[in-house]
Design a protein around this ligand. Structure first.
Ligand code: NAP
Ligand code: ZN
Ligand code: ZN
Length: 357
């Protein structure tokens, strides 16, 4: 398999900073496209993985799964894209395509394991997959998304993970007019959840730990905001929500949030903290509540979400950073100090002096 070297930013160990490095990409095969990466969002999963908080990180690790750019090369059998097209890549770059989940368009739940955009297995080069903190990426056309032309490109990058991860469970649990929906944790995922749930026609209640986000949440589309540290507000809203999307990245008392659900309501976890979250049986039993989970979304649903965002003019609220600012951005992410998604301008990486040169 022919391969070539590209510049990237990655980390060599859980406690190490991210730094410039070279990685290898395969040359396009018949069904692959090559994408010149223009912007890449910074997801909290990048940080969890770079620091091995979920275990299983293979080093060096190059994160990044909110990728947008332009197609620079197409393989001989590529039919969906042409050189010059805008394109996006999210959290997956392949799956078995044969199992029940894959056949249903739920590649994220591939029973043989989907191939993640980073820290997955690159079968052609027999190495780990490397993500979007890099100049270029080579991906099978079936895992590449079309980007609506009317949206700001940098602010569209976060839709590839934060957008689909919130859109998919909101659709699955039939959020729409007449439903009162809580969104917990107004970071990258949560702020997209607010915008998308609102566009679906729901009554949206934000539940935040940050006093500084109370007013802003209304600008994002929230009808009401609850400060979770305010016990009186929490008590006053007990038993009022049909559905809650929990987008929190750190330890939190899940029972406090479950108490906000109506009878038969469900709380779906998309946030993935490092440690277990103890659920009290009586947070669920007396009101027949459900506690559920959801992972990103399938490729067809990701395209549906992008088209939905195109139609409703929905993008992420972003702070554009240079690749060289990534370590500081991770520290700020941990403090909830971003409104609401860092996006890396990849021109900054292209200007970086390659370490081997
Ligand atoms: P983020 O931008 O850092 O946002 C997390 C938000 O959680 C913060 O802004 C904060 O919101 C809230 N929060 C933080 N610490 C908290 C605490 N101790 N108690 C209560 N709330 C707290 O992260 P993100 O990129 O949106 O990702 C969120 C989580 O989803 C991460 O764990 C990530 O790995 C996971 N994720 C899962 C999937 C999936 O497929 N399921 C996909 C992508 C990401 P407030 O300031 O409003 O309280
Ligand atoms: Zn992500
Ligand atoms: Zn499969």
């Amino acid at each position: 398999m022919n391969k070539y070297s590209v510049k990237a930013f990655g980390t060599a160990a859980p406690e190490a900073d991210l730094k410039p490095m070279n990685i290898e990409r395969r040359e396009v095969t018949a069904k692959d496209v090559e994408i010149d990466i223009l912007y890449c969002g910074v997801c909290h999963s990048d940080l969890h993985t770079a620091r091995n908080e979920w275990g299983g990180t293979v080093y060096p690790n190059v994160p990044g799964h909110e990728i947008v750019g332009r197609i620079t090369k197409v393989g001989s059998e590529v039919t969906k894209f042409q050189v010059g097209d805008l394109a996006g890549v999210g959290c997956m770059v392949d799956s078995c395509r044969e199992c029940e989940s894959c056949k249903e368009g739920l590649e994220q739940y591939c029973e043989n394991g989907n191939v993640q955009t980073y820290n997955g297995h690159e079968k052609y080069l027999n190495q780990q997959t490397f993500g979007g903190y890099s100049e270029r990426v080579v991906v099978d056309q079936d895992f590449v998304l079309k980007i609506p032309e009317n949206l700001d490109l940098a602010a569209t990058a976060p839709l590839l993970c934060a957008g689909i991860t919130t859109y998919s469970p909101l659709r699955h649990w039939n959020v729409g007019p007449g439903k009162k929906v809580g969104i917990v944790g107004i970071g990258g995922l949560g702020h997209m959840g607010v915008k998308i749930a609102k566009a679906m026609g729901a009554y949206v209640v934000v539940i935040t730990t940050s006093t500084g986000k109370v007013e802003d949440a209304k600008r994002l589309g929230a009808d009401e905001v609850i400060l979770s540290s305010n016990e009186e507000q929490m008590r006053a809203n007990a038993g009022t929500l049909h559905f809650i999307l929990d987008c929190v990245s750190a330890q939190h008392n899940i029972n406090a949030y479950l108490s906000l659900l109506k009878r038969d309501g469900s709380l779906t976890l998309v946030g993935a903290p490092e440690h277990p979250l103890p659920v009290a049986p009586f947070s669920l039993i007396p009101t027949r509540r459900s506690f559920a989970g959801s992972m990103i979304g399938g490729i067809a649903e990701t395209q549906e979400m992008l088209n939905f965002c195109g139609q409703h003019n929905i993008t992420s609220d972003i702070e554009l950073i240079r690749m060289q600012d990534i370590n500081n951005a991770y520290e700020r992410l941990l403090k909830g100090d971003v409104k609401y998604r860092f996006v890396i301008d990849m021109a900054s990486l292209k200007n970086e002096v390659n370490p081997s040169e």
